[in-house]
Design a protein around this ligand. Structure first.
Ligand code: GLA
Length: 387
């Protein structure tokens, strides 16, 4: 992070000729267990990672704002009071959205700014570079306007920016993980109460992430479709089981089995994934408390299997990596991480064998898909902050 912040300051000075008055940082996240459970008010184990987005700004002294994306050396200008949404520099919609939504929530007078954003999370890796940008920009805008927003409010603003400015109806997982990250700890979130707890990984183990570097077309519309199906299933169960069912969180695997014949099979399959995942997360937390890394790893493999057969949000590239992980000594479990349809897998590994595991996964991937990848260990890290 320190190197990224230094680089941000340098790039900001280079572009605007000023030392940034406010600097913030927000990490990306890795989803460890609990896939597509957040918007079903279920449970997730995740971690903030040691890569993120840095954001720096100064007042412009004019009614106009400039946003500089130092990663691609592009900049864009817009009226401070009306950042709007654009179809051209889409990368700018996250910060524009966050600024607009913060203004609606907190009612401040808009002020022009000169801002630089810079990250070290590979875009499209499924490690939530966009949520990190929502949160980093939100923290910087808050400081710029003398506000100290509640973390959950800030997470919701970031989520709304994704819905309204980027068109993805995501849950709160990415923003919460970025804000509540713990150095060396996993983030265990109950997405009904939004209570967050820290869970430790037994010593000697680590998480390794391998990025397929693919993002299949229609990812966003597939994501939104999965969410609609889950809501359809929850509405069905509310009809047949009564008002105790608000979301799929309230439906057990037994309930699901009993209604196998009466629910559209496509909807049934979609519902099976988050329902099974919730059970796996709760079991997984117990296993970690008991120091049972092998048992936890098996749940990760089951989670991936559930993605493949029920939710159909995996793809051949992700499957190659999970299969290779399964066959590699030193790996306890592996699964896709995040929305799916591309992005990364996460594997639980014996820390001492990180290098050989990374080599084995890279070799299997190159053989199957002709592409060189660089799997790497991610370190659970502290959450977003002002620098
Ligand atoms: C993406 C979304 C999250 C969550 C995951 C799947 O990362 O942004 O809200 O739904 O997919 O678990």
């Amino acid at each position: 992070m320190d190197a990224l912040i230094l680089k941000l300051r340098r790039r900001h000075r280079g572009h605007f000729g000023l030392e940034p008055a406010v600097v913030s940082y927000a990490p990306g996240r890795v989803e460890i267990l609990g896939n597509h459970t957040d918007y079903n008010e279920g449970f997730v184990l995740s971690a903030a990672i040691d890569a993120g987005i840095a954001f720096g700004l100064n007042p412009s002294g004019t009614p106009e704002s400039t946003l500089f994306a130092s990663d691609f050396d592009e900049s864009v200008r817009f009226p401070a009071g009306h950042p709007g949404r654009t179809d051209k520099e889409r990368w700018s919609n996250y910060a524009r959205g966050v600024y607009s939504l913060m203004r609606v929530k907190y009612g401040f007078e808009p002020q022009g700014f000169l801002a630089t954003q810079l990250g070290d999370i590979p875009i499209g890796s499924g490690l939530s570079s966009s949520a990190a940008l929502d949160i980093a920009s939100g923290l910087a805008f808050a400081a710029f306007h003398g506000l100290a927003p509640d973390k959950i409010d800030l997470a919701r603003i970031g989520q709304k920016a994704e819905h309204e400015y980027a068109g993805v109806n995501c849950g709160l997982l990415d923003q919460i993980s970025s804000l509540f990250g713990q150095a060396h700890g996993l983030v265990f979130t109950d997405f009904r109460t939004l209570q967050v707890k820290s869970v430790l990984l037994p010593p000697g183990y680590a998480f390794l992430v391998a990025n397929t570097a693919v993002k299949h077309a229609l990812v966003d519309s597939e994501y939104n479709e999965r969410r609609r199906r889950c809501e359809e299933a929850a509405a069905y169960f509310a009809r047949v089981l009564g008002p105790r069912v608000k979301t799929l969180r309230d439906v057990s695997w037994d309930d699901l089995e009993r209604h196998r014949g009466s629910l559209d099979p496509a909807v049934w399959n979609r519902a099976a994934h988050p329902i099974g995942e919730d059970e796996r997360v709760l079991k997984g937390v117990d296993l970690l408390h008991m120091g049972d890394a092998a048992g936890f790893g098996r749940l990760m493999f089951e989670s991936h299997r559930s993605s493949q057969i029920y939710f159909q949000n995996s793809c051949p590239e992700l499957d190659t990596l999970v299969e290779a992980a399964h066959a590699t000594p030193g790996v306890l479990g592996a699964r896709l991480s995040g929305g799916g349809f591309g992005g990364s897998i996460v594997a639980l590994i014996e820390e001492a064998r990180a290098e050989s595991v990374a080599r084995a996964l890279a070799a299997a991937y190159e053989k199957a898909h002709g592409h060189v990848i660089e799997p790497r260990v991610v370190v659970p890290s502290a959450g977003a902050r002002l620098i």
